[in-house]
Design a protein around this ligand. Structure first.
Ligand code: FES
Length: 79
């Protein structure tokens, strides 16, 4: 399994809209963190689809080590 690049060591807050689909960058190479920009091509990794269940601020994982993607679970503290 390919290893993700650590895009950041803090979660990234984003405002999401209920019912809207978002594509979280799982590979860590996107220049548009925390979302996919297509940079994963050739890495063997793909983005993770996330549908917001409510409108508001959420904290997406940037270190790509979370055990509950795409959300931050605090794993960055161990890096
Ligand atoms: Fe990282 Fe698409 S750019 S998953």
């Amino acid at each position: 399994m390919p290893e993700a690049v650590i895009a950041g060591k803090q979660p990234i807050a984003a405002d999401v809209e209920a019912g809207k689909d978002y594509y979280w960058c799982a590979c860590g190479k996107s220049a548009k963190q925390p979302f996919c920009d297509g940079s994963h091509k050739g890495s063997g990794m793909v983005p993770l689809a996330y549908k917001a269940d409510k409108t508001g601020k959420v904290f997406f994982c940037a270190c790509k080590q979370t055990k509950s993607p795409p959300m931050c679970d605090g794993s960055h503290r161990a890096l």
